[in-house]
Structures are given as structure tokens and as C-alpha cells.
Design a protein around this ligand. Sequence first.
Ligand code: ARG
Length: 248
Amino acid sequence: MSANAADIELARKSTLESVIQSGTLRVGLEAGYMPFEMTDQKGNIVGFDVDMVKEMAKAMGVKLEIINTAWDGIIPGLLSNKYDLIASGMTVNQERNLKVNFADPYIIVGQTALISKKYADEIKSWRDLNDPKYTITSKLGTTGEQAAKRLFPKATYKSFEMEDQAMLEAMNGKATATVYDLPMTSIFYAQHGEKAGMKFLNKPFTYEPLGWAINKGDPDFLNWLNNFLRQMKNDGRYDRIYNKWFGS
Ligand code: ARG
């Protein structure tokens, strides 16, 4: 085989084969996004995404390795083959989809807003946030950040490395509001926001399907993931995991 042909052969090999050969499925995620992936009191990474990929590894007959990675490097990490897929509550959007492939969405979420107590009376709808007198926070490199900049261009936007920091900023009144994915805002509101007098605008104002991301050019892996997801959704495993993390 010429070098060129060998390269083509290598390029054609599916991630499925290397996972089976190595005996380990490597999953990239960033812990901190409740209830999808977070660190428990014992230091274990747990959550909806984690339980889903545990089933995935089981179905492949391999071990699972979780690789906790900073959000802003999570796609580059996949492209440089640090892990086999990303399962990290990642919104399927067109910009990311230029770089990676996504399996079919496993849940639909959307952006919501938590308003600081100080502004709870004057802000009635998320649309009111587009005003120069307001400051809005979200997490660096997320669709929350993109939505805040796109929908509220007149407001000041302030970015944070971690979602809880962005939320605390609005809770303690240093910012007007924080914009983020519904499941996480809802948990934050129940745990801290309500007590702190925040207002929760809980009707999503964006459409965000979340999906597993894999490298492009791997139809075998994509086919496996989509069939696996359909099976999970219809044989009760998805519902069991969903109810565990989102309540029934
Ligand atoms: N859905 C949002 C996005 O894709 C936020 C995901 C954040 N995930 C995480 N594990 N921190 O941008």
C-alpha cells in the first residue's frame, strides 16, 4: 500500500473500531452543568449525560473513561482526538456543526433568565432585558452567551468561566440577570434563587436541541449512536435516567 493509500485507509477507520480495540470509550465533558454533569460530594462526576454514556459503554462492551475538560477547549479536544465523543449538554447549532457532527438530539432545552431581586418588579419579560441600563451574565462560549449578545445587544454583557459564577453575580445584584439553559436555571432557582428573591423567567426563548458531538466523516459511529439513542428512548432506559435527574 502506498503511503497515500494507507492514509486514506486510516482516515476511513471508524471511531467505533478504535473504541472496541482499546476497550475504552473516552467521553469529553465539562462538569458544572446541572443536572447533566456535576461533581458530587465524593468528587465523582455524575448526572444525566454520565448515566447515558454509562449505558453507551455497556452496549459497546467497553469501559468508560470520563475526561473533564474546560468548555472553551471541548471541541478542539475532540478534533485532536483526546476523546471519542462529547456528551456535555452541547446545543446543536449551525456554527458548531460546521466543525463536528451531531447525533440526533437527546433532549430539547432553551434559554431562560433569572432576574436579580433589585430588578424583579420592573422586568416583566425577557424582551425587557434589551436596555442599556442592564447588565447580563452568562458562561463563556455557550449558547447562553450567544443568545445574550444577539437578543440583548443594547445591554452590557459580562462573561464568566463557570455557570454558577454567572448566576451568583445576578443573585447578589451585581448584574441584572443571568441567561442560561432551562434545566440549570431551574435547579439554581430552586436551590438559591427563590430564597434570594430572584424572578425566574422560565419560558424558554430559544430552541436548543442537545446532542452528542463526534468527529466528522464517521457515518458508522453516527449510525450506531442514533440507533442506540432510539433504542434507549423506547425500551424504558431513557425514561428511567430522565426521571432520576429531572423528576417524574
Ligand atoms: N447548552 C449550552 C451550550 O451548548 C451549555 C452547555 C454547557 N455544558 C457544560 N457541560 N458546561 O452552549
